[in-house]
Design a protein around this ligand. Structure first.
Ligand SMILES: [Zn+2]
Length: 242
């Protein structure tokens, strides 16, 4: 049985809306045969709340009142816009069409990533973009929706973003709770630290005991230690049956 999510989401979910900008696009049929829109959005919101918040830091009710999913032809994959209370997730129908052989997993994973952008704290806009994207993919990873091509790597900068940063965050999270990684609090505390005030890289030292560059080096070295649990071994929530 998968571990219970440590943070039950607040009871009343935001209102979900769906807009399809071109019903003739062949990606529309792929989308609707792969997912049930309300279910996949709820799953994405639940994953965001579970992995961004602790029982103590979770809001008692959502600031976000509505999430509108907009399916349309566009370049790229997806992005999130909107106001503090009303969010829009734009998902590319061209991209959905390209993923038609594994659309359910990919759409769910992309929407988990985008839902994180609806609920994460940004340190009043000062959180580095790579960290914003790394946290979104960390949640996708921990929700069991990492695509098969993702690999961990310590090449380059820790805040390169996306899965590069996500696996590093997963390693930091698991370090704090080696026997029960689902109780790791690093990312939840990092998110809480960005609720107000400006981003300060020293938060890594506060939460994990070393400056972020030293942690990045230790993370890279951990790949060469066969007896240590790798971030890949961190059990994720089992994805519910499709
Ligand atoms: Zn993103």
């Amino acid at each position: 049985m998968p571990p219970l999510p440590p943070t039950p989401p607040p009871r009343k979910a935001p209102t979900f809306r769906l807009r399809v900008d071109d019903l003739a696009h062949p990606g529309v049929a792929v989308f609707f045969s792969a997912v049930v829109p309300a279910d996949v959005l709820q799953r994405a919101v639940d994953a965001s709340m579970t992995w961004l918040y602790t029982r103590e830091t979770a809001p008692t009710k959502y600031v976000v009142k509505s999430i509108t999913l907009i399916l349309r032809a566009m370049d790229g994959v997806a992005h999130t816009t909107g106001t503090r209370t009303h969010k829009e997730i734009h998902l590319s129908l061209d991209y959905v069409l390209k993923t038609r052989y594994h659309a359910a997993d990919e759409i769910t994973g992309v929407l988990v990533h985008e839902a994180v952008h609806c609920f994460q704290h940004f340190a009043r806009g000062t959180c580095p973009g790579g960290l914003v994207e790394g946290i979104a993919d960390f949640v996708r990873l921990r929700a069991g929706r990492a695509p098969p091509h993702w690999t961990r790597s310590a090449d380059g900068a820790w805040d390169a973003g996306y899965e590069r940063t996500a696996y590093f965050l997963a390693w930091l999270d698991a370090r704090g709770a080696p026997t029960a990684p689902e109780e790791g609090t690093f990312v939840r505390r990092l998110n809480a630290s960005m609720r107000s005030g400006a981003y300060d890289a020293r938060i890594f030292e506060t939460l994990a005991g070393q400056p972020v560059d030293a942690l990045w080096t230790a993370y890279g070295a951990s790949f060469a230690a066969p007896n240590k649990a790798a971030p890949d071994d961190v059990p994720a929530e089992a994805p519910p049956p499709a």
